[in-house]
Design a binder for this molecule. Structure first.
Ligand SMILES: [Zn+2]
Length: 360
């Protein structure tokens, strides 16, 4: 039954309104070692996308092989697994801001951007935080839009890539790997960057930002939002991804948006998705999650729709800020589906002549 459901989801993804979509031959659907179909779309005419040669332990998590990476544009559990297994590996020591471990993550993110033709936003990909005592960097890339006018308007797609480092040992484990929080959001942004960097189907320009020091009080996003505002960036909307590594249970939507009631963001997303992709989670409003992630500084500086998308609802994952937040507990297939369902959504929003997302 689960397989049938997965197949339906895959078919739905393929029917979601992107002009990139073509009929997919069964042999072009990447199968993981366990036979999982990862929502993969292969565009036959697309330019070759290199295997990113991602370092890390590919034996962890649910994917154990990277030999089948084809020339693809859409995400898959295989691609997600490679990114996740490195970003949440013990080698990165919990990605504490200003540590050698997060430096490895930064170098890795820069490499992925470069391989997928995402340009540095500033003179390099690095944006040094001015509000943190240690040396820490946001990693910021840009993909110029294809339309002469609309390219002057920007959509920011972000996630924090830092985590909390090490903690008191539990059964000998001291590393808080931060797989769900927030290697998952980071991976989502990197997969979207890979798609758009190779498809170049965005008329508006896209900024891909991985924030540091979120765990210290949203410092990276505060710094970048202020800086971009001072530079008078024409920012249209901000999409933030946070804790999307494990699916919600018993909901009739795939992800929730923080600040759901503040704008028509969910309606616009669902229109492009052709389904109930983004929903309202009462707990998100109750806990005021709108003010607790990296969307909030952009809301404050720009007063434009800035919202966080997540699949963590405080009941579906027990390892929040604990050493047990490991890649092996993540659902890579779910993550690939999130990426793939947001591709036509972001494409539609980036290409619509109007700024259709508005605060109420
Ligand atoms: Zn987080």
């Amino acid at each position: 039954m689960k397989k049938v459901f997965q197949l339906i989801i895959v078919l739905l993804v393929f029917s979601c309104g992107s002009t990139q979509l073509q009929q997919t031959k069964p042999e072009n659907i990447v199968k993981g070692p366990d036979g999982v179909k990862g929502g993969v779309e292969v565009e036959e005419e697309a330019p070759a996308i290199k295997d990113p040669q991602i370092p890390g332990d590919s034996q962890a998590g649910t994917v154990s092989s990277k030999t089948e990476t084809p020339n693809m544009t859409y995400s898959s559990s295989l691609m997600v697994g490679e990114l996740m297994n490195y970003l949440a590996s013990d080698e990165l020591q919990g990605r504490d801001s200003g540590s050698p471990g997060i430096e490895k993550a930064a170098v890795y993110i820069e490499k992925i951007f470069k391989e997928n033709k995402i340009d540095p936003y500033f003179t390099s990909y690095r944006d040094t935080l001015s509000n943190f005592q240690k040396t820490a960097y946001n990693i910021v890339g840009v993909l110029e839009g294809t339309d002469a006018q609309l390219k002057n308007e920007f959509i920011l797609i972000g996630a924090h890539y830092d985590h909390i480092g090490t903690k008191q040992p539990i059964e000998g484990d001291t590393i808080a790997n931060g797989a769900n929080d927030n290697a998952a959001g980071t991976t989502t942004v990197l997969e979207l960057a890979r798609y758009f960097g190779n498809s170049k189907t965005n008329k508006r320009s896209l900024v891909f930002a991985l924030f540091s020091a979120e765990e210290k009080g949203l410092l990276g996003s505060k710094h970048l939002a202020k800086k971009l505002k001072e530079q008078e960036l024409d920012l249209y909307a901000m999409f933030n991804f946070e804790m999307v590594g494990v699916p919600l249970v018993g909901k009739d939507y795939l992800v929730y948006a923080s600040g759901y009631e503040r704008s028509n963001m969910a309606d616009i997303c669902n229109g492009y998705a052709g389904e109930n992709l983004v929903g309202f989670l009462p707990t998100a409003k109750e806990f005021n999650l709108f003010m607790r992630s990296d969307n909030y500084p952009f809301h404050n500086e720009f007063a434009i729709p800035s919202q966080t998308f997540s699949t963590f609802d405080f009941t579906n994952f027990d390892h929040y800020h604990k050493v047990g937040d490991e890649a092996s507990l993540m659902d890579f297939e779910h993550m690939a589906i999130v990426v793939n369902k947001f591709i036509p959504v972001l494409e539609g929003i980036a290409n619509n002549p109007q700024k259709e997302i508005k605060y109420n």
